[in-house]
Design a protein around this ligand. Structure first.
Ligand code: NAD
Length: 486
């Protein structure tokens, strides 16, 4: 399939596949071996205007927004079915485009995308509006209305899932959507637009405009006719998104941003092998390119040696390899720029005095791909760059502690607050530490639980708002009160 797939890199606007209005394109390369996959429309402000105009027209004439929730449900269920029907194609495309192991693109990314779309489809005809407890001579209806046109901007690390977390609740609640995927991994988003159309989502309701951040993302965030912007990406750009939303039309803005999640393993963790496997596996999953990667590992001093010995023993299974091979655990980083960023962080760890226990090298360079060894630094302190900044690569920083209060203080010493974990058999300690950690999600004695039913998002500079769960439905609707004299 990887050899025979062809891609249509045109934008999807008003139900059509179209080139950028000025004809500009950019090359889309695979990080697996550097091969050029296709050319993609390089959308700019004029294309964003066209996409927003289509979305607005579709919203205003009610071709989607005025449909009964049960009808939108049926259409979105078909959309989810079509995602699954194209699972192999979507998984291979995702892998070619951004380098993740195809086994996970198939079992995680495709399934989570379909599941997310289906979950919001099935939720939407079970949401009731309210009647306020007013005096008898009046009736106050409190209803949820779609916002209108929702702009969505997503990163490259989970291209389909990040898109689905936003477009599924936005479409389910009756909005029109303009999605700008990352310029590093635009291909599966384009296919999602095709499948939505095929499922019966009317023309103009869902557009995809590939392009670069400043050229296509900014015009979307600044657009006067866009009612909301749902963004996932870096904290640096997220801050700009809020400024752009505020300085344009005060559109609603939500941001899911970076993380530097602390993972605290106490000596009394229930099972050291499990703790090691989960800590290492969650960090190296998706090549470490996960916003919630447990990248700051705090190990209690008395188990440090045993922990590290077991962690090192697991490393051979994370040897970087072609992600199209079925057994690969660690694939390619998304591109050359990200590879250089990760190597610079490894360099900074060495310069600032951390001890390199394993990895640290770029490998498989003869393939033309972007592969970095799984890397573990010991002797890291909270002041070091690799303990403070998001690396977004397969680099684990190990810090040692021997006091519970002190480790919580250090864990909370971060600009971010996305996720955290605590491993202990002591119930009081688990609850106490979980309470004290400043993070949107805290895991106890595990790291990998995730479900569409729970909110996802962070404290502090990890962003504003939550994706997933019924809470996300609130984001894509306005509350309207109608007073009726009776
Ligand atoms: P990024 O901020 O560079 O880009 C994200 C998106 O924003 C891309 O589509 C990009 O084209 C666009 N963009 C860039 N500059 C822009 C501008 N000036 N105006 C408008 N749009 C612009 O992030 P990235 O490198 O693609 O992704 C990695 C980041 O995403 C990491 O920080 C990671 O933690 C974060 N992330 C967060 C979550 C979460 O749910 N919290 C999930 C996944 C990734």
């Amino acid at each position: 399939l990887a050899q025979t797939l062809t891609f249509d890199g045109r934008a999807r606007i008003g139900g059509q596949a179209v080139d950028a209005l000025d004809g500009q394109r950019f090359d889309c390369h695979s990080p697996i071996d550097g091969r050029r996959l296709t050319e993609v429309a390089r959308c700019g402000a004029a294309d964003i205007d066209a996409a927003v105009a289509q979305a607005r027209a579709a919203f205003e004439d009610g071709r989607w927004a005025h449909k009964a929730p049960a009808q939108r449900k049926k259409t979105l269920q078909r959309f989810a079915d079509l995602v699954l029907a194209h699972a192999d194609e979507l998984a291979v495309t995702e892998t070619l485009d951004m380098g993740k192991p195809v086994q996970y693109a198939r079992s995680v990314d495709v399934n989570a995308t379909a599941n997310c779309i289906r979950w919001y489809a099935e939720a939407i005809d079970k949401v009731y509006d309210e009647i306020a407890p007013t005096p008898r001579n009046a009736l106050a209806l409190i209803q949820r209305e779609p916002l209108g046109v929702v702009g969505v901007i997503v990163p490259w690390n989970y291209p389909m899932i990040m898109a689905a977390w936003k477009i599924a609740p936005a479409l389910a609640t009756g909005n029109s959507v303009v999605l700008k995927p990352s310029e590093k991994s635009p291909l599966t988003a384009l296919r999602l637009a095709d499948l939505a159309l095929q499922a019966g989502v009317p023309e103009g309701v869902f557009q995809v405009v590939p392009g670069f951040g400043p050229e296509a993302g900014s015009p979307l965030a600044l657009h006067m006719d866009v009612d909301a912007i749902a963004f996932t990406g870096s904290t640096r750009v997220g801050k700009q998104i809020h400024v752009m939303a505020g300085q344009s039309n005060l559109k609603r803005a939500w941001t899911e941003l970076g993380g530097k999640s602390p993972n605290i393993v106490f000596a009394d963790c229930p099972d050291l092998d499990t703790a090691v496997a989960a800590s290492v596996g969650s960090l190296f999953f998706n090549q470490g390119e996960s916003c919630n990667a447990p990248s700051r590992l705090f190990v209690e001093a008395s188990i440090r040696e045993a922990f590290l010995e077991k962690a090192l023993a697991l490393l051979p299974q994370y040897a970087p390899a072609n992600p199209l091979l079925p057994g690969t655990e660690l694939g390619a980083l998304v591109d050359e720029t990200q590879t250089q960023t990760v190597l610079r962080y490894i360099d900074s760890g060495l310069r600032e005095g951390a001890k390199l226990l394993a990895g640290g090298e770029r490998v498989l360079q003869s393939t033309g791909g972007c592969y970095v060894q799984p890397t573990i630094f010991d002797g890291v302190t909270s002041a070091m760059t690799i303990a403070r900044e998001e690396i977004f690569g397969p680099v684990l920083s190990v810090l040692t502690f021997d006091d519970a209060r002190e480790v919580v203080r250090q864990a909370n010493q971060s600009d971010y607050g996305l996720q955290a974990a605590v491993w202990t058999r002591d119930l009081n300690k688990a609850h106490g530490v979980a309470r004290a950690l400043r993070a949107g999600t805290v895991h106890v004695n595990q790291y990998d639980s995730d479900d569409i039913t729970v909110p996802f998002g962070g404290f502090r500079q990890s962003g504003i708002g939550r994706d997933k769960s019924l809470h996300a439905l609130e984001k894509y609707t306005e509350l309207k009160t109608t007073w009726i004299r009776i």
